[in-house]
Design a protein around this ligand. Structure first.
Ligand SMILES: [Zn+2]
Length: 392
């Protein structure tokens, strides 16, 4: 009698919408194999049998997530209970799901995610402070604890499966999840409003009435009304986030509006002319979200977005690969927050000199890939309280 061993080399050699064909390495003397199948992680294993080292499994639910293991059940007609093979997972390996913060304090965050069947190692891509710089961590358990953070700060992670049963794999990452630590006491306001005014004339328009962001609907023809409305969604999220933190509103989501009457033709064809002439007439406290129909080259490549603080507006910009590089078809929340906060008097971290503007958080500065209103974190909104005090 050979030594009990798991079946090796289990492979899917054919696959259809509701069937698969499996093969595995033949085990000398084996006269019966057991094939165990779990659909959609039900925890209930259906068993099937084959006398040959292959099996056609039929009647699968199309698109179902399937786990299969194979083991030897008879050797020369004698019943045995040998260990199972490594699981085969179908469909093709996907991203980790269910990533969320399960605990947080003023200096730590704990994230957890749905365990992946058979995963023995997870890779965590960590973006400290919600910025672009990345650290790589590994964990064998489906959770990650990060310490040593600042109160009111942020960190973002992406998780992926790195090993299945000790075998290295390269699977896609989860969605990025950004989490903020518990905040410190609010800052004592001193000269923040004055600094913001030196950066953006628009700041002087605050009278306690929430600013209103409208999208000026003069975009290329292929951009739909739904695409345009999607640009306002992050503004609505910011509206709620500010109100939840400060107890009053500073900004609100407006509408998609036509180009105001009397606007000169070609008004959005050049950023320098736009910034000099502020060609759109607008109400006090109104912010225009525009499309700039011209590419802007910068030392870091073509700009996807730009702000015009003195005109009370900001833009998504034409690039060689479309609008804002790849919009529509992606969440434009990160760039929207960044440009809107320029209008609110915020400067890049590297441009901040203590004389003009207040500094962005790292998350707000490096916001290109951040969703919704996530890149505007607690410290940014705390600055807004000093720049735009309740009641005007
Ligand atoms: Zn900027």
């Amino acid at each position: 009698m050979p030594e009990p061993a798991p079946v090796t080399g289990v492979e899917v050699v054919e696959m259809g919408p509701d069937f698969i064909v499996l093969t595995w390495d033949p085990v000398p003397g084996a006269t019966r194999y057991q094939i165990l199948v779990d659909q959609n992680e039900s925890g209930e294993w259906d068993d099937h049998y084959s006398s040959e080292p292959f099996f056609r499994l039929e009647g699968l639910e199309p698109g179902a997530r399937v786990r299969i293991v194979v083991r030897v059940r008879e050797i020369a007609g004698e019943r045995v209970s040998w260990p199972a093979s490594d699981p085969v997972l179908l469909p093709e390996p996907g991203p980790v799901t269910g990533v969320k913060a399960v605990e947080r304090g003023s200096d730590f965050i704990v994230w957890a995610w749905d365990p992946w069947p058979g995963a023995t190692l997870y890779q965590i891509l960590l973006y400290m402070d919600g910025g672009y710089e990345r650290e790589v961590h590994y964990r064998s358990e489906p959770s990650f604890r990060l310490e040593g953070l600042e109160p009111g700060g942020a960190a973002r992670i992406i998780v992926r499966v790195r090993e299945i049963a000790g075998e290295r794999v390269s699977w896609p990452g989860s969605v990025a999840v950004q989490t903020e630590t518990l905040p410190p006491p609010p800052r004592r306001c001193t000269n923040e409003r004055r600094l913001a005014l030196r950066y953006s004339d628009f700041v002087s328009e605050w009278d306690g009435t929430p600013f209103r962001v409208d999208v000026v609907g003069d975009f290329p023809d292929y951009v739909t009304e739904t695409d345009l409305e999607s640009l306002l969604v992050p503004v609505g999220l910011l509206e709620d986030k500010i109100e939840a933190q400060l107890g009053y509103r500073i900004v609100e989501m407006g509408d998609v509006i036509p180009v105001p009457d009397g606007t000169p033709p070609g008004w959005n064809g050049d950023e320098k002319t736009y910034n000099r002439t502020c060609p759109l007439s607008r109400d006090r406290g109104q912010i225009h979200f525009i499309y700039l129909d011209k590419t802007i080259d910068t030392p870091r490549g073509q700009a996807g977005a730009v702000a015009f603080p003195r005109c009370g507006s900001f833009a998504i910009v034409k690039t060689e690969s479309g609008i804002g590089h790849d919009w529509p078809g992606r969440d434009w929340g990160g760039p929207t927050m960044h440009e809107l906060f320029h209008v609110f008097g915020f400067a890049h971290i590297e441009d901040y000199d203590g004389r003009r503007g207040v500094p962005m958080s790292r998350a707000l500065d490096d916001s290109a890939a951040t969703l919704g209103a996530e890149s505007a974190i607690w410290v940014d909104i705390d600055y807004l309280r000093c720049i735009f005090p309740e009641g005007g």
